[in-house]
Design a binder for this molecule. Structure first.
Ligand SMILES: C[S@@+](CC[C@H](N)C(=O)[O-])C[C@H]1O[C@@H](n2cnc3c(N)ncnc32)[C@H](O)[C@@H]1O
Length: 223
């Protein structure tokens, strides 16, 4: 990985879209950061004071430290913290923050959020993009204090990526079992068909209920 002199690197559509959900707080967490590109993309923003790059993999952390040392990331008042640990074990900053968790399974993301939710302040934002086990994650999220700010799906290089934006805040709707606001766009419709093909092969009760829900959306579209 090579950073430019400004410390940034062109983000993929997926990472760029995730970054657009930043809520102008001074503290950023990139949990499961791997290359660190998402977290470090905030380094040139004046309002950002602390970036935490978190990953349990020693290899990831070694390579990240090396890359940051040899790149020219603007520092000023910015502190970049590299934490080799699991997201579940984090001690979060007491300041308002925006937490990104992308590219991990829904089970791990659910475990991380369950374990961190008591440390979240009102209006702290969590932006997640799970790669699998999405139905299980939705179930877990419906039991938390996190409400849904928005949900969307994007397509890049033939893959669909779900993005859920969550906050601990009164008057937000709960995350629903199968998704509410995803399906209206052209990408949403293509995602619906892909989900039908995939979950149509599963026989468990949750998958079957999901397929039935998707079919009802399709039928409503065709009416
Ligand atoms: C596929 S990478 C995703 C990188 C980046 N977030 C993205 O979306 O491009 C997943 C990363 O999550 C890390 N990871 C796995 N379990 C984790 C956990 N419990 N807490 C934090 N990070 C974890 C892995 O070491 C790996 O670097």
């Amino acid at each position: 990985m090579i950073f430019s002199r400004r410390g940034d690197k062109a983000l993929s559509l997926r990472l760029h879209t995730l970054a657009t959900y930043y809520n102008n707080t001074s503290v950023i967490y990139d949990i499961g950061c791997d290359h660190g590109l998402l977290g470090l993309s905030f380094a040139s923003r004046d309002e950002v004071r602390e970036i935490y790059l978190v990953d349990p993999s020693p290899l990831v952390i070694r390579s990240l430290r090396q890359n940051i040392k040899t790149s020219h990331i603007p520092r000023g008042n910015l502190s970049i913290n590299i934490n080799q640990e699991e997201g579940q074990n984090l001690q979060l900053s007491p300041s308002p923050k925006c937490i990104f968790i992308a590219g991990m399974g829904g089970k791990e993301i659910g475990e991380i959020l369950l374990s961190l939710q008591s440390q979240l302040l009102d209006h702290d934002r969590v932006v997640i993009s799970p790669h699998r086990n999405i139905l299980e994650l939705r179930k877990t999220l419906s039991t938390t204090e996190l409400g849904l700010v928005s949900e969307s799906v994007l397509e890049e290089d033939g893959h669909f990526y779900l993005i859920l934006v969550l906050e601990k805040r009164d008057n937000l709707p709960n995350v629903t079992p199968f998704g509410t606001y995803l399906w209206q766009t052209a990408v949403g419709k293509a995602y619906l068909n892909k989900e039908l093909r995939h979950f149509g092969l599963h026989q468990d009760a949750l998958s079957r209920a999901y397929v039935e829900y998707l079919l009802s959306l399709l039928a409503a579209c065709n009416d």
